[in-house]
Design a binder for this molecule. Structure first.
Ligand code: B12
Length: 290
């Protein structure tokens, strides 16, 4: 079945990057040590049928989130708006509703980052873009500042074809990375600043040194900031990412909040998921003499 009506409906919601991949995925030889923050390991990253019985296709949607700002910030761009998980889920529910009206016997399963599936691979297979040397999935127009959401479906939609376009391999991400994650053209999450800002416990002096290299206390944008594929990208067309943005978290403010107040104030923000103490710890590291 073709996906034109679904794509048209998605465009009417402002979602202009929707692609289809088959549920029969070729399992690549990853062989990498997967980050403990990932929900899936090995084959389960490529088995949508384990999440939805009789899954026949995966509807993959990109959610561009880039908003340029000249003001100083200590939060990664991906956490400045309302939590992207909530935004993605709302849109995917609308798409699910549309599919269930078009195909009354169909079943669906919604994925927004936290599923065991390999989101970047799905987006690549659905013909939406390519994987960069910085590990990020890159859309030809919106660059890498795109979240990926998916709707597994029992409807056998006709798959789109992967693009042939690829990364410029310019080396800019490798050079700028605060933790030198991309040495030997492989990515090592253990020295990724984004990972370290989310890792619990006391960090070692070399890990703290990586955190101190840039001003962000949650996430890291360096490998995306210097990427030439992100040079002329448009501001996100999705209004939810443009409003209610928080650019800075301050120590005095965090200290003044109890954990419950923190949850009430920031519980709907992606930077809050590891709790208040991790953010305070990272703020302290910024001033720490090594
Ligand atoms: C755990 C996790 C992290 C960890 C580890 C990241 C990592 N690269 O391993 C940490 C906390 C460090 C992290 C950081 C970030 N993350 Co994160 N993260 C995840 C999560 C939950 C699992 C990723 C994982 O297991 N990675 C293991 C590695 C080996 O696999 P991978 O990254 O999924 O992708 C590789 C495979 O697809 C592989 N591949 C496999 N088969 C094939 C086949 C072909 C043909 C090709 C070409 C490639 C290919 O190539 C990719 C690159 O190596 C995913 C959501 C999900 N369910 O997938 C989000 C996700 C990858 N993260 C996301 C984001 C936004 C980020 C940050 C940009 C946030 C930030 N600003 O700090 C950074 C980017 C860091 C980086 N350069 O990768 C987005 C990425 C969107 C995009 N455009 O790429 C995702 C997809 C969430 C989402 N649904 O939108 N993340």
């Amino acid at each position: 079945m073709d996906s034109n009506r679904l794509k048209k409906y998605a465009r009417s919601l402002g979602l202009d990057c929707l692609g289809i991949t088959s549920s029969e995925l070729i399992i690549p030889a990853e062989g990498k040590k997967i980050c403990p923050l990932a929900a899936g390991q090995g084959i389960e990253r490529y088995t949508p049928q384990a999440l939805l019985k009789n899954c026949r296709a995966v509807i993959v949607v990109l959610f561009p989130y880039y908003v340029p700002t000249a003001e100083p910030s200590n939060l990664s761009i991906y956490t400045q708006s309302l939590d992207y998980h909530l935004i993605i889920q709302n849109y995917l529910k609308l798409l699910q509703h549309f599919m269930e009206q078009e195909y009354p016997q169909s079943n669906h399963y919604l994925c927004a980052d936290t599923s065991p599936l390999c989101d970047r691979y799905l987006a690549h297979q659905a013909g939406l873009g390519f994987i960069g040397d910085n590990n990020c999935f890159i859309h030809p127009i919106y660059g890498s500042y795109c979240f990926i959401g998916s709707l597994l479906t029992t409807v056998p939609l006709i798959p789109d074809k992967p693009l042939t376009k690829e990364c410029f391999h310019c080396g800019a991400c490798r050079k700028i990375c605060p933790g030198n994650c991309f040495i030997n053209s492989d990515y090592n999450y253990e020295c990724c600043k984004s990972y370290l800002t989310q890792k619990k416990g006391d960090l070692t002096p070399p890990e703290i040194a990586i955190i101190k290299k840039t001003s962000l206390i949650f996430g890291c944008d360096e490998c995306q900031r210097v990427c030439p594929h992100n040079r002329y990208i448009p501001i996100t067309p999705i209004s939810e990412f443009r409003k209610d943005r928080i650019l800075q978290l301050r120590r005095t403010e965090l200290l003044s909040l109890t954990n419950t107040q923190f949850r009430r104030t920031y519980g709907n923000r992606a930077f809050a998921w590891r709790g208040k103490s991790i953010l305070l710890r990272n703020l302290e590291y910024m001033d720490k003499e090594l």
